[in-house]
Write a protein of this length. Sequence first.
Length: 219
Amino acid sequence: MHTRLATVLTLILLLGCASAGGDEAATGRAQPSAAASDRLLLKTAELSVAVDDVAAGARAAADLAQGLGGYVTASSTRGEDHAHLDLRVPAARLDEALASLAALGEELARSVSASDVTAEVADLEATLANQRALRDRLRALLARAQNVEEVLQVERELTRLQTDIDSGEARLKRLRTDVALSALALDLERRKGPHILGPLGYLWVGTKWFVTKLFVIRE
């Protein structure tokens, strides 16, 4: 019985691997014909804006993100001169978010990039479907195990397979979240206004002017 169980287990695993390879190959062949509107794009953006009040700008940026259906994932400040915010906004409203955030002050820099993860998502879905089917077959095999050794053998494979499934599901969830919500890195810099001299500054400029005129008169 042990030899028969091992043979059945091996066949199940081999069939599972072969099915996974076939699914991935089919997915790969289907990719080129996918419509542009069906592509899954992971968009990221970076924006730098000069504002009069960094703290107020950061609050306004957070409110804007929330109003668009997004949120702040992280933020940091450096005194009153700089703030950095990591935002998540719906991908469909990324352009709107960039325009609204740029309007908070003077836009200094902007960059937007996109990565096509359509094939990766399709491969993950096909692999997970195959792994879940294999898990079901192993569970059925476990129910027919006749002794402790056979139970342990099948349970080891089930544990390994479940770990792979959990990892794949987590990866798929992250990808879908990244596609739905674009990452936007915002830097706010305090706007540099005209330099205003203090009392000592005016004294220095006046002294310099007097000395310069004095030498001109002597010449």
